[in-house]
Write a protein that binds this ligand. Structure first.
Ligand SMILES: Nc1ncnc2c1ncn2[C@@H]1O[C@H](COP(=O)(O)OP(=O)(O)OP(=O)(O)O)[C@@H](O)[C@H]1O
Ligand SMILES: [Mg+2]
Length: 398
């Protein structure tokens, strides 16, 4: 099956120790519940991404882990130790914010060295602590500069750097004190698309090179799928699904996840029995089971998994209402009994043409009904312009 989104994540399965665990964390602001019993653990060395639309509670979750915000209910563990009441500066975590918060009056070297100048290490000879020597600081800063590909930039003023270079300084500064966990809140949000892609690869490489745990926040599904070992999909202050990028894409738990990750046709169906589901007036063979007999379900079919065939060979028949050339494929909107499907095909079809659709059993994914049922799935109001406008809206918030 062709996949819409290129999945580059290593998707390792982690059996390492849990470094962070949230147990039933809830938080309200002004009587409004913004996190509702969030439970999640993060293992040593894992790249975990919190993904969800604006306002779903990603930053709040990250701020609770970082110690900048207190949960109303629930517990937060670091290893086996509860740290709910431990202040931010005593946690072994560091944060990179979207606005890098570099010191504008300090050069690149001094920005990165800053945390080390505050640091005390055990003294060798007598009891007590000492500051790091200038040589020790220089060694560490030089090492960090090489890692973020900024060797030679030591004496530059940070205000003369590009957005991507400033971000790399911020990352070097966050990593120089060797935190166990790095929290990153939309760290690439301010960068243009091309730079964003380059930085995604660089960040992932840095994370793998030093083997540190990353908790990353983004509302960009492609970024989440391509960088993470594990994706946590959030909506309305609740976790909707936790899984590898492939799981999240191929086996979405509910209509929200299916809609948010990639394009999907989400259709009302009835699970007649194991491996048999009826939707759009046709009984399909599928691979799913474990539902009640005749249980109402949501069915997801990805646009790239539908084959266009002559009408008499199709399991479903419909009329093409729109065709857009997308470079690699055509995006075809088909009206099937009043429900608009999106199909991606490399074969051209004429607008108004009647076509048949053929769907293999493994292209059908059956989900339980949820509070998100019926809210997504039809492409009747779909247009590229609307898509672009709503993307521009989102972009402006960052
Ligand atoms: N300090 C605060 N006081 C009042 N409400 C807040 C505060 N911080 C966050 N909220 C509200 O909590 C909800 C979740 O906010 P949060 O910042 O966690 O969302 P988010 O998922 O990070 O969104 P975005 O993608 O826009 O950054 C929002 O409705 C927000 O308005
Ligand atoms: Mg946020």
């Amino acid at each position: 099956m062709a996949k819409l989104v290129e999945i580059k994540g290593t998707s390792k399965s982690y059996d390492g120790a849990k470094v962070i665990e949230l147990k039933n964390i809830s938080k309200s602001y002004d009587g409004e519940r913004v996190l509702d019993s969030v439970s999640l653990y993060i293992r040593d060395g894992e790249f975990v991404t919190l993904l969800g639309p604006s306002g779903c509670g990603k930053t709040t979750t990250l701020r609770i882990i970082g110690g900048f915000e207190m949960a109303d209910e629930g517990e937060l563990y670091f290893g086996d130790t509860e740290i709910s009441d431990v202040p931010a500066h005593k946690r072994q975590v560091n944060t990179v914010f979207q606005k890098y918060a570099l010191f504008p009056h300090l050069n690149v070297y001094e920005n990165i060295a800053f945390p080390l100048r505050l640091k005390k290490v055990p003294a060798d000879t007598k009891r007590g602590t000492r500051k790091l020597t200038e040589d020790e600081i220089r060694d560490r800063v030089t090492e960090m500069l090489a890692m973020v590909a900024l060797s030679g930039f030591e004496n530059k003023s940070v205000s003369t750097l590009s957005g991507g270079q400033q971000q790399r300084v911020a990352i070097a500064r966050a990593l120089i004190s060797h935190p166990k966990v790095l929290l990153l809140d939309e760290p690439l949000g301010a960068l243009d698309l091309k730079l964003r892609k380059d930085m995604q690869n660089e960040l992932k490489a840095i994370q793998q090179a030093i083997g540190i745990t990353f908790v990353y926040v983004t509302h960009d599904q492609e970024e989440a799928l391509s960088m993470s070992d594990t994706v946590v999909v959030m909506a309305d202050g609740e976790i909707q699904q936790i899984g590898t990028p492939t799981d999240i894409y191929n086996e979405p738990k509910n209509a929200f996840v299916a809609d948010f990750i990639g394009e999907s046709n989400i259709i009302d169906g009835i699970m007649l029995e194991d491996k048999q589901v009826k939707f759009a007036g046709h009984v399909f063979e599928c691979l799913d089971g474990g539902f009640d007999k005749n249980e109402p379900v949501d069915v997801v079919v990805r646009p790239e998994d539908v084959d266009v065939v002559p009408p008499d060979k199709g399991m479903l028949r419909g009329q093409v209402t729109g065709v857009t050339f997308k470079g690699v494929h055509y995006e075809i909107i088909v009206d099937i009994k009043g429900f608009k499907w999106m199909i991606q095909s490399t074969d051209y079809v004429e607008p108004d043409e009647n076509i048949g659709l053929y769907i293999e059993p493994d292209a059908i994914h059956v989900m339980k009904k949820s509070k998100y049922s019926g809210k997504f799935g039809d492409y009747s109001s779909f247009s590229d312009e609307i898509d672009q406008l709503s993307n521009a809206d989102t972009a402006e918030e960052f």
